[in-house]
Design a protein around this ligand. Structure first.
Ligand SMILES: [Zn+2]
Length: 426
């Protein structure tokens, strides 16, 4: 089969020399590959018993030189993969390359599935086999062994979920990966295709790599936690309660967001005779509720707006402030199911993403149906999180206060104190 240069696309004939990126299954023509070829000189000469410190310094030099080259990020990452492969071959070290992105667990699983099926077209037939119960397990959650129809094992995928960070390990497990109970036959090009597909299917994909000897035992490092997601939790918060708090915290923990913005809405002051707390009080109660949480910001954007704000307009404004971020609007199941009826609902669904808190057992089938429908109709991304949200309504709180009943189980201690000190909802 004719080879193509990964940079310029030129066909490389069989007789022609090329720079082989064996690990990625790619080739560079001699013109495009000249810069890359020079980079490997030091790694090619590593002695078999090279000390860790020495290997690290070789890698450091390599990365520095690689950064100075004009290759695209994609080609750079293949050149990098090749370095790790070269070092492993020279020194006999057990090394796998793991790449990762951070997202809700369901989204990660979906990206893997989508990538698997994208790759499978080139590979006749492929059956992802899921081993282990995903939902039961907090940490190492899922191992997917990909097999061809003839049970020829091609790849090992491991999805690890902890603290909102999911790491996908996909390696061609050619022995030495701690998986010796399986007779591996491996296709490195296949693994590379998989990564390419994950990268294409997920905007939040991180190019950072970690190296581990055993892909089933990836240690999660908090410094991996940078993503490009912001979650926005809106509502009248009149008053904000423990259900809101649980939803916001679950979005931070499971939704893979870097930052949570809590945004109390402006309300009509004398709506249907309902006594509503003034904006500055609702703002302060939001602040008190999340005062111990990291990466939470309370925004007064809607409160300070002259007119009532609609979610679509607010998100559009936020997108201008954060042009590089992907915005996720956070809501509960009931609201999510009605999104099409919202003001500019269709545009909302077409332009933004959602994190939906799924109370176990509550309208679950309907929710899954809606997530699928929004995706196929509008291309909407939804992350489903399993928030253990107490079923509380703000009305219930206001009524309890009127009847002089305790609200200690409905709001945080600080909010209860604030309500009483300021005589709200009397
Ligand atoms: Zn070329």
């Amino acid at each position: 089969m004719a080879k193509e240069c990964a940079v310029c696309g030129k066909t490389i004939s069989l007789l022609e020399k090329s720079v082989k990126l064996k690990y990625a299954g790619a080739h560079l023509c001699m013109d495009c590959g000249a810069e890359a070829a020079g980079l490997y000189a030091q790694a090619d000469e590593l002695p078999q018993d090279a000390a860790d410190g020495y290997i690290s310094s070789v890698k450091k030099d390599f990365y520095e030189e690689l950064n100075k080259t004009s290759y695209s990020p994609y080609v750079k990452s293949m050149i990098k993969d090749q370095l790790i492969y070269t070092i492993a071959a020279r020194t006999g070290r057990k090394v796998s390359i793991c790449k990762y992105f951070r997202a809700g667990f369901d989204e990660c699983t979906e990206v893997i599935r989508a990538s698997c099926s994208a790759v499978s077209e080139n590979y006749i037939q492929l059956n992802p086999v899921i081993i282990g119960d995903v939902k039961q397990c907090t940490f190492v959650c899922e191992k997917i062994y990909l097999m061809r129809s003839d049970s020829y094992v091609s790849m090992y995928v491991n999805l690890i979920n902890t603290g909102g960070i999911s790491v996908i390990t996909a390696v061609s497990a050619g022995g030495g990966n701690g998986l010796s109970n399986i007779d591996w036959g491996t296709e490195k090009a296949f693994v590379s295709e998989f990564w390419k597909s994950v990268r294409e299917k997920n905007r939040g994909f991180m190019e950072k790599e970690i190296e581990v000897a055993d892909p089933s035992n990836v240690k999660i490092d908090q410094s991996m936690a940078l993503t490009n997601r912001i979650g926005i939790l809106g509502g009248t918060f009149d008053p904000i309660h423990l259900g809101h708090k649980a939803l916001g915290e679950a979005a931070l923990r499971e939704g893979g967001i870097d930052k949570l913005i809590v945004m109390p809405a402006r309300v009509q002051p004398f709506k249907q005779g309902k006594k509503s707390a003034e904006g500055h009080h609702r703002f302060e109660m939001c602040r008190l509720t999340f005062e111990d949480a990291e990466n939470v910001e309370i925004s007064d954007y809607e409160l300070n707006n002259e007119s009532l704000s609609y979610t679509y307009d607010t998100l559009k404004f936020m997108q201008e402030i954060y042009p590089d971020k992907k915005l996720y609007f956070i809501l509960g199941t009931d609201s999510y199911l009605k999104l099409e009826d919202w003001y500019k609902g269709l545009r909302l669904l077409e332009n933004f993403s959602f994190i939906v808190g799924d109370r176990p057992g509550y309208r679950e089938a309907e929710l899954d149906e809606a997530i699928k429908k929004y995706r196929s109709k509008y291309g909407t991304d939804t992350i489903k999180i399993t928030a253990d949200m107490p079923d509380i309504s703000a009305t219930e709180i206001r009524e309890a206060l009127k009847a002089d009943k305790s609200i200690g189980h409905l709001v945080t201690e600080a909010v209860e104190r604030y309500i009483r000190e300021n005589g709200l909802y009397n």
